[in-house]
Design a protein around this ligand. Structure first.
Ligand code: 3HC
Length: 312
């Protein structure tokens, strides 16, 4: 059996592929692409919520939002580390993000004008992330699967704190409930776009399914997300902004309207409402943080020399 067939047989037996194992170059390449872009999404995803940390309506809300944004930073670092096990270095990945060569999730290119957006992001965006990330705990590449187990534990807190923010608003004044509905109206469709293009238009899904990088297709996960989220909107007393949303008894799930794929590809290509602002914020942070990296490297160098002198 040749190397490639043997590799596929391992995948078919649900064996985990580890960094030192033989793997096809295109398996390695697509994992570096997906994991690094996942990491970029976590780091850029801190920005829309960071916008509200200093304006949270109470100390409790501020503490929860701070904890969530800090978690996202940690998720990004786990994922960069998982990608590095495939032979790509951090500087290259960050350069690809900063030069616009690498993608990050389209969802983070939308503005967060009201406090209700903190609720909608936790409830919908982290809810969609959970739908996508729980299966990734069983992805065929070991370091990615193990990073996801830790990430998913924290995502459930993210989703619940978001839902609770909206529940509080929906039980508040008419203005507060209207603010929650406005936020759902703005975040619903971009959240469905997080799952990627329809399977028929997805260039990676078929191969990613064959290699068990993905355990469900984009459309399957999107459908699961809609079916799980519509009843939650009913508990909130909010209306999903989709006139075509209807329970389909036969399929045991909701039918829903067509996604605006022109908007999706527009945002993916860099023309969303906040793309420039997000990328500038990341480039500025990276440039302003250069002294921290240099100091850490100098300290590490000094310690290494001291260790070597001790040994000599
Ligand atoms: N935003 C930006 N680009 C997207 C996208 C989106 N929502 N959906 C798809 N794309 C891109 C893909 O990256 C690919 O482009 P590329 O070849 O240059 O990488 C192209 O569109 C075709 O899409 P495919 O569906 O064929 O690509 P994938 O098989 O990679 O599927 C994916 C896309 C479902 C996002 C998959 O990559 C994935 O599951 N990634 C891991 C999860 C992830 O990255 N989630 C992003 C959000 S993280 C998050 O929400 C954190 C939370 O804590 C808030």
């Amino acid at each position: 059996m040749n190397l490639r067939d043997n590799f596929q047989a391992r995948i078919d037996r649900d064996e985990k592929i580890e960094p030192k194992d033989w793997m096809p170059d295109d398996y390695r390449k697509t994992l570096i692409r997906q994991i690094s872009q996942h990491a970029h999404s976590e780091i850029v995803g801190m920005l829309p919520e960071g916008n509200w940390i200093t304006r949270a309506p109470s100390l409790r809300r501020k503490a929860a939002l701070l904890a969530k944004v800090q978690d996202e930073a940690g998720h990004g670092l786990y994922l960069y580390s998982a990608a590095e096990t495939l032979g790509v270095d951090r500087a290259t990945m960050l350069d690809d993000l900063h030069t616009g060569k690498a993608k990050y999730s389209s969802i983070f290119n939308y503005p967060t004008p009201t406090w209700a957006d903190m609720g909608a992001i936790g409830w919908l965006v982290d809810g969609a992330a959970i739908m996508n990330q729980v299966p990734l705990c069983r992805t065929s590449y070991g370091p990615y699967a193990r990073a996801m187990v830790r990430v998913c534990k924290e995502e459930s807190f993210h989703q619940r704190q978001g839902f609770e923010i909206l529940l509080t608003l929906c039980r508040g004044s008419e203005e507060q409930k209207a603010m929650a509905q406005d936020s759902l109206n703005r975040w619903w469709w971009p959240s469905l776009m997080m799952f990627g293009p329809n399977d028929a238009d997805s260039k990676h899904t078929a191969q990613s399914m064959a290699w068990k990088i993905k355990r469900f297709t984009n459309d399957e996960l999107r459908q699961k997300f809609v079916d799980a989220t519509v009843p939650q909107a009913e508990i909130l007393g909010l209306t999903i902004p989709d006139p075509d949303l209807k329970w389909n008894e036969e399929k045991g799930g909701y039918d829903f309207g067509e996604i605006d794929w022109t908007e999706f590809w527009n945002v993916v290509k860099g023309n969303g409402p906040c793309n420039r602002e997000r990328l500038k914020a990341r480039v500025d942070a990276h440039e302003k943080g250069a002294w921290v990296r240099e100091a850490a490297m100098a300290y590490a160098e000094k310690r290494k020399k001291k260790q070597q002198q001790k040994v000599a």
